[in-house]
Design a protein around this ligand. Structure first.
Ligand code: ADP
Length: 382
């Protein structure tokens, strides 16, 4: 090789070595380079910080000084295996890795390895070492919070169930005796007494309604889903025939597209369509003929079902609130109900890993839309 060319090469090598050192020193991770015998050849500044060693003490040492004693044997065999087939990859996927500081303390690490050819016969191994103490702590905290939330959620659900279930019996007693009072003593006391008894009868009946609904809501969240293939077309037809009296009374028409079979809990899905269609029939203006249409489309691995009506609609500011328990926008005199139907629908759809939402224009009508995954799996359902 001519002398000039050799000089340029050497210069390039010096520049690139210089750049390499610069990169190494500014790397946010510890970088340790070992030779084929596992002896440390190069370390960067961050390695000194992570492990608490001055660089000079590490150079020439077996890399295992940075590994806790109990894991050294495993490390040596890992290293031998890596030498036999060196490729860039993370070390020990699925295994917990630890670094050992000079003071004997340990810290969790994530390591990725890459080979670097030194000359024709030797490959160096570059390890990138990241201290993941903060991430581990954050993960553990997150898991704790999730477990706490799940526990308190289960407690709340249990509480709602027990409360509504155990209140039923005494309430039944109050309701039947106030009704008895009303029957026996109407017209035999004074007018005030008749009115007061009337309020008591009405209050007890309402409370029974609310408690029954609460129980239905609680069951919708806790009963195990019985997943089968449900023919939604047939299911909707049955719902429509159950609602025949309400449909006839309102002079409503209910139509549907061809609807698919989906995986889900038949009883629960029926509750969803029942509530949405019943609402579509119920919430219409005084001189309107309710029209409800059920349609579907499939996209991105999910079915979307829509229940559209031409009713009174919902103001945008209330479109979130209506899904909460017992939230209603009208008096019972205007539209009967307890305000639990949509909360039940939401719970059921979410247990099926879907989402329920509303689109509405006041005075023009409302569409409730919900998704159900195509081919829901037992393991996925909540
Ligand atoms: P309920 O029907 O017993 O009132 P829901 O939970 O089913 O309870 O509905 C909550 C509220 O949402 C209703 O009281 C009503 O104000 C509003 N809403 C639900 N469906 C419709 C609809 N199709 N059109 C207009 N408003 C609706």
């Amino acid at each position: 090789m001519p002398t000039r060319e050799k000089g340029v090469r050497r210069q390039r090598k010096v520049v690139s070595e210089h750049q390499f050192r610069g990169l190494l020193e500014s790397a946010p991770d510890g970088v340790v380079i070992v030779d084929a015998a596992g002896l440390i050849q190069i370390v960067n500044r961050q390695t000194e910080v992570l492990f608490g060693y001055p660089r000079a003490e590490l150079l020439g040492q077996p890399v295992e000084v940075l590994v806790p004693e109990r894991l050294r044997e495993r490390h040596v065999s890992h290293r031998a295996r890596y030498q036999a087939d060196p490729q860039t990859r993370p070390l020990g996927t699925g295994v917990e890795l630890f670094g050992l500081r000079r003071d004997g303390s340990e810290f969790p690490v994530e390591i990725s390895l890459s080979p670097m050819a030194r000359d024709h016969c030797e490959t160096l191994i570059i390890s990138n070492i990241r201290d993941i103490t903060a991430r581990k702590l954050a993960d553990a905290r997150l898991r704790e919070v999730a477990a706490d939330l799940a526990r308190s959620n289960a407690e709340l659900e249990h509480f709602a169930y027990v409360a509504s279930h155990d209140l039923q019996e005494p309430l039944r007693m109050v309701a039947s005796f106030t009704q008895l009072l009303a029957r026996r003593y109407r017209g035999r006391l004074d007018e005030d007494a008749d009115e007061f008894i009337g309020f008591a009868v009405d209050g007890a009946r309402r409370m029974q309604e609310l408690i029954n609904d609460l129980l239905t809501y609680s069951r919708a969240g806790t009963q195990a889903l019985q997943l089968t293939t449900v023919d939604i077309g047939q299911l909707v037809d049955r719902v429509v025939s159950d609602l025949a009296p309400a449909i006839a009374e309102a002079g409503a028409s209910v139509t549907r597209d061809t609807l698919p079979g989906v995986t889900g809990d038949a009883t629960q899905l029926r509750q969803v369509f029942q509530n949405l269609i019943a609402n579509g029939i119920k919430f219409h203006g005084p001189n309107e003929t309710p029209r409800v249409h059920i349609s579907q489309r499939q996209a991105h691995g999910a079915w979307t079902f829509s229940v559209t009506d031409n009713g009174i609609g919902i103001e945008p500011q209330y479109q979130e609130r209506i899904f909460a328990l017992f939230q209603r926008l009208h008096t019972r005199a205007d539209y009967p109900g307890t305000g639990i139907g949509l909360a039940i629908c939401k719970k059921i759809v979410e247990r099926h890993r879907g989402q329920l939402c509303v689109e509405s224009e006041p005075g023009r009508g409302t569409t409730f839309r919900f998704t159900l995954p195509v081919g829901l799996d037992e393991k996925e359902a909540l």
